[in-house]
Each structure stands twice: as structure tokens, then as C-alpha cells.
Design a binder for this molecule. Sequence first.
Ligand SMILES: [Zn+2]
Length: 355
Amino acid sequence: MNSEDQVRWSLSKDGEYSVKSFFTNSMNANIASPVVDKIWAQIWRLKLIPKIHLFIWKCLSNSLPTNSRIRSVISSMNGNCPHCLHIEETLQHLLLDCPYAKAVWLSSPYAIAHQNSNQLTVVEWIKEWFLPNNPWPAYFPNSSIVTVILSWYIWKSRCKKVFDDDCPNPSQTSHEAIIMIENQIRVLYDLSPQPHSRTNSNSPAFWRPPSSQFLKLNIDASFISSSDHAGIGILIRDNASKFKAAKCIQLRTGSSEQAEGLAILATVEWAKELKLSKGSFESDAQNLINFINHGIGHLKWRSKTILVDCKSLTPAFESVGFVYTPREANRPADLLARAARNSRTMTSLWMRMDV
Ligand SMILES: [Zn+2]
């Protein structure tokens, strides 16, 4: 009885804090409902790593151990945001209101996900990701994958800041999330093949505008072995889907793969010439995009050299991403590339004055 008072974690028998005790307690407190069951079924349908499933479950059951949540159990804890220091770290702050989170959303092509949170609580916003009648635009068919992964990366970076005192900058976090999103979309559709229809409304074959600060550059090459000439087509649009510029280039090259690589290189060089600061480069040459993003894949050495040249130009930009897009979403660039291959002139260019 003479011992001093000690801080004890009330949700476990031994008084020690653990995520498991937090999880179990919140699970018992959470009342099941048909809507929650439906959402949970949707979450499980996404082929995500278990850590991400758990993260979403914790968000929905208000058991994610944000500083504010921990302070509600241990009053001596600091409940503030590790980025903002003087503002309480609630789930709402973590994913939506924190300047760090806003910067991650805005550095991605999916800023619309953040905008859709207006007038909603954070839990209502998360539930909306999984509801079939959500108000998301048709060009955003994988909203649940995008929102889940971007939110998880915001949380992951925040944990790095808290536990390692090291936090990636928002555009780096956004870039890593985008790579995972693209891979996830590919895995999802590979697991659910639709061999007879690539234009099904569930397919990812929609062109999506970039976020307001980015321009999207769609790229394609056209090559046939019986012809001397290959063509490159480049189309630049903004987030209002407005045309900004287009270019057709004719060239001689040895293979389709090389033509696609030269198309990406020509686009990066052109973007640099135009002094664009933020760009999303989209090509349907999946092997080449994978090589740029991960440095892996079976490519000819000549193609690899071209892509290494592309990478070496990226420090000239504030933020760039290389994204695979299905051919169906890249048709205008494909048409330009074919026109370039068949053209009598070497290069054609169309520009709006304000690019
Ligand atoms: Zn903050």
C-alpha cells in the first residue's frame, strides 16, 4: 500500500498497452449492423495486405491509436498531432485536416477524394468509399482502393514520424502510394479476368484527370515492322480535362519497345522544355513504366538506357509520376502516334497559349 500510483492501461489484465487489447475492446464495443457488414464485406473483397484491412477496420470502429484516442484512455499522454504539435490528433485531423495529409492528397492525381469529404464526418467519408451509390465520378472507378491506400500511407508516414522521428515529404508519400495503387489495380483485375470484354463498366479503362496542380501527359508510340517509320503521340490535359498541348513526332527505330521508350523520353524532354513543374506521365507500355518505377523487368539494354535517361531528367520537376494506363484510356495518344507514323511531315505541334 506504500507503493506509488502507477499509470495502468485499463483495457488489459496486466495494465500494459497493446494494440491487441485496444482492438479487442473496440470490437466488443462496436455494434454490428447490416450497413457495417456490407462495408466490411467490400473491404475484404479488396486484395490488400492484412495491415491495411486492420487499418480500415480501426478507422471505422474509432480505434485507430491516434494521439487523441490514446489520451482518452491515458490522460497523461500528449494528444496532439506530431506534425502540427499544437492541434489535437483526431482521426479527422490525421486523414483530412492536417496540412501534411492535405499535401499528400494534393500531390496525388486523386485530390478529388479529399474534396469529397466536404460536409461529412471522417467516418461517414470512409464509409462512403465502399457504398455502391457513392457520389464519385464515373472516371474514378477504383475509389475504394485509392482512398484506402492513400489514407494508409498518411498513417504509415505519421507513425514513422512518431517512432523513428523521420517522415517522408508529402509528395514522396503520395508517390509511394500511387505505385501501390497502380499495382493493386493490376492485381485486382488479373485476379478477375474479363477475357471477352475490356470495356466493362468495372474495368479501370477510364481516363482520369490529374489533380488541380498537375498536368497529365498521355503518351503512345506506333510501330509496325514493315514500315521504316514509327510515330509518337503526346497529349497534355489539365484537371478540367481541357486540352493544353499535343505533339506528333515521326522517327526511325528498331522495335515497338524502343519506340515506346523514346516516346516517354520525348515527352519528359518536352515537359522540361515547357517548364512544367508537376506532371503525371501516362503510357500503356506496362513493362517500361514498371522499369522506371521499380527498376525491374525484361527489357532490351537499349530500352533500359532510354528509360535511365528519362529518370535522370526528373529532378528538373517539382513532382512527377510515371503511371501505367490501359490502352483503352490512352486512345487519343494512340491516334496521334498513328497519325505521326503516317504523316509526311516530321513533327507537328498544337499548343494553347497558356501552357
Ligand atoms: Zn497535423
